[in-house]
Design a protein around this ligand. Structure first.
Ligand code: URA
Length: 289
């Protein structure tokens, strides 16, 4: 492959900056300076960039904080896709692992490791995925129990048991921090909940967590804040599960996938390479380590 492609694949800089750096003599191949960006190199060649060795990694792993309004696809003629949010000089063999709906935000793994993607997504893998959500209406312990028992969602989907946790209702400000681009409708529901229902510190305390406690009421009748862990990933799964109990998901954000957790420092639309530790975690989730 070309020398500039080798370095671009490893995300060292944009292709045009790399060409300049190579021409200026900042790159060596097997100990010798090479000034031709189009010089042919092998993946096994020892290449330095500004004195630093750059190894060619065959597999790449990127964590994206998916924003709203972006399609999870490798390309689309009309709509912006998650791939458009990455560096334009990225490798062209990257793709998103699984799918988040257009209006769902949060953790999305992007890789070129086909076998890992296959293993994480195949139904028998049961890789846990945790989401935070705001739900229109009152999520109570009956719904927690129904989800825990596995739900016949519709004719096609019989959901595996899912773990639902009811949290105290966030203030409008907290909700804005947790859910990017909060819908007007959600904002109105939260305002209504805090104003009309006059939520007090004491009834908030009741709902700190549904774990390990007896039956609880939802903190608000109009909107609920929950987290849900599912072990499968069927089309619109969480939205369909709530529809089956006559409720509506108004905000949905994925926080974890297997042992991988969304980096809080990534703003919506931002991405970064996984750390070595995170790569090991996700490879173990895919039983590749
Ligand atoms: N469940 C959904 O309904 N939507 C998503 O994007 C992910 C899970």
């Amino acid at each position: 492959m070309r020398l500039d492609k080798f370095l671009a694949d490893m995300n060292m800089d944009s292709r045009s900056n790399l060409k300049k750096a190579i021409r200026k003599g900042n790159v060596t191949v097997n100990g010798s300076q090479v000034k031709d960006p189009g010089a042919g190199v092998e993946r096994t060649d020892r290449i330095t960039y500004f004195g630093q060795e750059v190894r060619y990694e065959t597999e790449q792993y990127i964590m994206l904080n998916k924003p709203k309004g972006v399609l999870t696809a490798t390309m689309d003629k009309k709509q912006e896709t998650v791939m458009d949010l990455l560096d334009p000089d990225r490798r062209k063999d990257l793709f998103p692992v699984g799918r988040l709906d257009r209006d769902t935000t949060g953790l999305l793994l992007i890789t070129n490791h086909g076998e890992l993607a296959h293993r994480l997504l195949r139904p028998k893998s049961h890789v846990d995925k945790t989401y935070q959500a705001l739900i229109r209406g009152c999520v109570d312990e009956k719904i927690v129990e129904a989800f825990a028992g596995g739900l016949q969602v519709d004719a096609e989907l019989s959901a595996m048991p899912a773990k639902l946790v009811i949290h105290p209702l966030p203030t409008l400000q907290e909700a804005e921090e947790r859910f990017p681009d909060l819908e007007e409708e959600t904002r109105a529901l939260l305002e209504q909940a805090w104003m009309e229902e006059n939520l007090s510190a004491s009834n908030q305390k009741d709902a700190t967590s549904s774990e390990g406690k007896g039956l609880q009421n939802c903190p608000s009748k109009v909107i609920s804040y929950i987290s849900i862990t599912i072990h499968e990933g069927k089309f619109h799964q969480i939205k369909r599960m709530f529809e089956a109990v006559d409720m509506e998901v108004v905000e949905l954000k994925r926080i974890t996938m297997g042992g991988l957790t969304l980096d809080d420092d990534l703003a919506p639309g931002e991405s970064r390479a996984l750390t070595e530790e995170e790569v090991s975690i996700i490879l173990s989730d895919g039983k590749l380590l």
